[in-house]
Every structure is written in C-alpha cells, then in structure tokens.
Design a protein around this ligand. Structure first.
Ligand code: ADP
Ligand code: MG
Length: 281
C-alpha cells in the first residue's frame, strides 16, 4: 500500500507508516508548507481534486481564482479547520494530524491536533474579532488560552504586536470603535501574537472600503519582507507583483497554473487564468 493510500484510511484506523516514505527526509531543505495530492469532499461533492502546493520558509504564495474554486477550503485544510479526505498537509515537516516518533507516524488525538494548529495563523475576510473584548484583549487571548502565557506576558506580547501593526495606541479600543482597516490590523496582530510558523490570509481586504485597503496591504508587505511565510488569497494583483514569490491560479478545485508572479500575471498560459485576470485587472 502506498503512503498516500495509507492516509486515505478511516480517521481512527491505526496508521503506522514510515516517515521517510511520505516526506522524503533527504530531499534537501524541507518546505515550510507542503500540500500533497489533497482531496476534500463535502458529502459526495468533491471540492478539492488533488491539490499540490509547496511553500518554502520565508516565501509568499498568492492564490487567485474565481468564487467557488476552492481557495478557502484549501486554506482551511492547511489550518486544520478541515480534515482532508486523502493526501496530506505538512507544516515544517510535521504532517497535520500525525506525530512522528523515530521513523513511524502515529495518529494524533483531537487535543494534540489543536496544539499543532497554533503553528498556523489565519486572517479572515471579516476580521472575526471578539466584539466584547478590547483590541489588546483580542490579541492577548490566544497566547493566554492556547500558549498558557501569564496575563502580564500575554499583554506584553499584545502590546508588541499592536505596535507592529501601527495600533500601539489603540489597545483599549473595542472593535466597533475601530475602522475596518484597523480591525483587520488587530486581527493580524492577533495572529502574529501566537508566533506562528505560517500565516494564511483569506481575502483580507475584500470587506474593506477602498481607502482602507492599503493600510492592511502595507502591514502584510512588511511581514513578507521580514521573512514571514505567507499564503494569501487575494485579488490584489499589485500586492502579488510586489511581494509574491509564487502565484497559483485555482479553477474548480484544482491548481491549473503556477509560477513567478510576473509570468502568471503577464503571460497566463491557461485560458481560465487569462479570463480571470482580464476581469480583476
Ligand atoms: P472559494 O473560497 O474559492 O470561493 P470555497 O472553498 O469557499 O471556494 O468553496 C469551494 C466549493 O466548496 C464551493 O462549491 C462551495 O459551495 C463548497 N463548500 C465550501 N464549504 C462547504 C461546506 N462547509 N459544506 C459544503 N460545501 C462547501
Ligand atoms: Mg473563499
């Protein structure tokens, strides 16, 4: 049985397979994010039909595609919010849902999967801040509850990251007192405060008034230049040109085109990519 078939077995089957069979251990530097032949179905509806994506440490990948092409589902699989039906996702060499000991893989329990998830930060289109918490409390919450930081430590982290996104003076503000751009910057600070290995962004500027888009993109560009590994679903092709190492185009649950930003944006090879770009540019 191949390793990928092994991972296709039911969730609570015993899975003991050699790590080297799955993640080539001697294949040079291991990628920060490795998505291998991932399939995801909702009921009988398969929405990801075998997606491969590799992002090296410090790289930025931008994901383009029309609504319904599977972009959010892909991010949710990378962030363990969804279980894949087959294939695997590995973060920094650790396969999501599995633990290696020596050269064997063992299936993790739910609680341990939640701990793995802290390595992957996510920023959503609609900010998803807690309305009853201040900006500072929103950012400090994760370090306290998931990383077991003391209140003082968590507050210090929160202040540090709010300052990084230009909101050091707004810690006491509740989300409703902040603009959409400020709320999204708080959401970025909240993700950063977990000190993730990877940050995922799902259309982070799509809900913003046009004049607020750049303050968020500027924070994201700063993170990209500082070496954060990022996967960004966005239609902002200017952002892609400036900071993306790779642009991928998804269509109906498949990545149909990938390459350096300029190649994909200026010389799309696939007719669906060209049609999409003609609309967003
Ligand atoms: P995108 O982010 O590119 O717009 P999505 O990943 O949200 O695409 O959706 C891809 C497909 O999966 C769509 O057909 C959508 O209806 C379907 N889908 C997404 N989430 C669910 C879900 N929780 N249950 C059932 N179908 C879903
Ligand atoms: Mg989406």
């Amino acid at each position: 049985m191949s390793p990928l078939q092994l991972l296709r077995r039911r969730p609570h089957d015993e899975v003991h397979t050699r790590v080297a069979d799955i993640v080539g251990v001697d294949d040079g530097p291991r990628p920060m994010v490795e998505v291998r032949d991932v399939r995801k179905s909702y009921g009988t509806h398969e929405v990801l039909h075998g997606v491969d994506l590799t992002v090296q440490t410090g790289e930025v990948a931008v994901v383009l595609g029309v609504s319904g092409s599977g972009k959010s589902t892909l991010l949710r699989c990378i962030n363990h919010l969804e279980k894949v039906n087959s294939g695997y996702v590995a973060i920094d060499g650790d396969i999501i849902g599995y633990r290696r000991s020596h050269d064997r893989l063992h299936e993790l329990r739910e609680r341990e999967v939640l701990r793995q998830r802290t390595h992957v930060g996510m920023v959503f289109q609609n900010f998803n801040l807690f309305p009853h918490l201040t900006a500072l409390e929103n950012v400090a919450e994760g370090p306290r509850s998931a990383l077991n930081k003391s209140r003082d430590e968590a507050d210090a982290l929160a202040r540090e990251y709010l300052t990084k996104v230009g909101l050091g003076d707004r810690g006491d503000s509740y989300p409703r007192r902040l603009s959409g751009g400020q709320q999204q910057r708080v959401a970025i600070a909240r993700a950063l405060a977990m000190q993730p290995k990877v940050l995922l962004f799902d259309e982070p500027t799509s809900a913003l008034d046009p004049e607020l888009v750049n303050e968020v993109l500027d924070v994201m560009k700063g993170l990209a230049r500082a070496g954060m590994t990022m996967i960004v679903v966005t239609h902002e092709t200017g952002f892609a040109r400036e900071v993306a190492d790779t642009v991928v185009f998804m269509d109906q649950g498949r990545i149909v085109e990938r390459g350096p930003a300029r190649d994909v944006l200026d010389h799309p090879q696939h007719e669906r990519t060209a049609a999409f770009l003609a609309k967003v540019l």
